[in-house]
Design a protein around this ligand. Structure first.
Ligand code: GRG
Length: 330
């Protein structure tokens, strides 16, 4: 296993599905207003891993025998909400790069970027509504939690005594519940039995927790070229993530000062390697990695009793890849 290679291999196995997701996304955002269409297309064609729609499709296939084409609208809907929330996030953070390309706020300005994200939200809910009120509510609740997570994070920016539980609440709302909603919406649409719904939803939730923790680790030790966005952005924005909480807790007073100065805005005057050394020496990376691994194990555990199928194997592989990407991308 070598992480990045495994991920590319995993994606290759799913390339037909990814192509269909991309086609559905483009069809969905088509409109007569040329600029709106081209800007929406820009964000979609910028790519992304398509984890959420793939999770939706695999959960659906595990939940019923019908062809996955019938869940493509829901899969695309989730990806559109995710993309719209990233546009808003980039506006909030004044970010310049995403998915290896200039962000929409840089390319077309903040005002237009807000409207493109609103447009994607509207299209997403229309797609979700095709599956009836129960699935629509699952989708809407996931967006509500996204907003809650974002605000909980925002009001705690620079809070050097942020408890680990609050961090976990933030990432639960920002990421894990959204992953869980993909699986829940898909298995409800599939008419899957209750135990399958629960197992897949638990799997997705735990995978989401592991995914966000690894994202926060990669923000510190990741290679900018490999992850397609700048690193050390959490420190730059004073966002307190798990590795930062642990480093603050364990650092000597001299090293703590390096980190607190950086969190208070002096980051550009501090050597990135010195900053990274604080995380390594305090075991903050190892601690966070262990936590991510525990969530991955819980995710795998959740799938026990769901039977055996090629799609289940793909989900198991995905869980492993989430953890292995740290090695591959740093
Ligand atoms: C949804 C109502 C509503 C408001 C939006 C701005 C905001 C509120 C939420 C943003 C939450 C946020 C930034 C979550 C980050 C989740 C995350 C792990 C993003 C990166 O996901 P990847 O790595 O991205 O799957 P790609 O580019 O591969 O799709």
């Amino acid at each position: 296993m070598n992480g990045l290679g495994d991920f590319l291999e995993w994606q290759k196995n799913l390339s037909t599905k990814i192509e269909k997701i991309n086609a559905r996304l483009l069809e969905t955002v088509y409109c007569e207003q040329e600029e709106l269409y081209s800007w929406a297309r820009y964000t979609i064609e910028a790519g992304g891993k398509r984890f959420r729609p793939l999770l939706t499709i695999l959960a659906y296939e595990i939940g019923c025998d019908r062809p996955y084409e019938s869940i493509l609208d829901l899969a695309a809907g989730y990806e559109l909400i995710h993309t719209a929330s990233l546009i808003h996030d980039d506006i909030i953070d004044n970010a310049s790069f995403r998915r290896g390309l200039p962000t929409l706020n840089v390319k077309i300005g903040v005002n237009n970027a807000i409207v493109v994200a609103d447009y994607l939200f509207a299209k997403a809910y229309e797609l979700g509504s095709r599956y009836g009120p129960v699935v629509s509510k699952v989708m809407a609740d996931a967006s509500t939690k996204l907003a809650e997570g974002q605000i909980l994070e925002a009001i705690n920016l620079g809070n050097l005594s942020l408890p680990e539980e609050t961090y976990l609440k933030i990432i639960e709302n920002k990421t894990a519940r959204f992953f869980a909603a993909c699986a829940l919406g898909a298995t409800i649409a599939a008419g899957a039995p209750e135990n399958v719904r629960k197992n897949l939803t638990d799997f997705a939730y735990n995978l989401g927790m592991a995914f966000q923790i690894t994202d926060d680790i990669l923000d510190i030790v990741g290679d900018q070229k490999k992850i397609g966005k700048p690193v050390l952005t959490d420190i730059r924005h004073s966002a307190i993530t798990l590795p930062i909480i642990v480093a603050l807790r364990n650092a000597s007073s001299a090293k703590r000062k390096v980190l607190t100065d950086a969190l208070r805005g002096a980051q550009d005057m501090i050597e990135p390697d010195l900053l990274r050394s604080v995380f390594i020496e305090t075991n903050a990376i190892d601690y966070s990695f262990d936590m991510a691994r525990k969530y991955t194990e819980k995710a795998m555990e959740s799938l026990r009793g769901t039977g055996k199928s090629p799609d289940l194997n793909l989900l198991m592989e995905l869980a492993m890849i989430v953890i292995e990407r740290i090695e591959a991308m740093s």
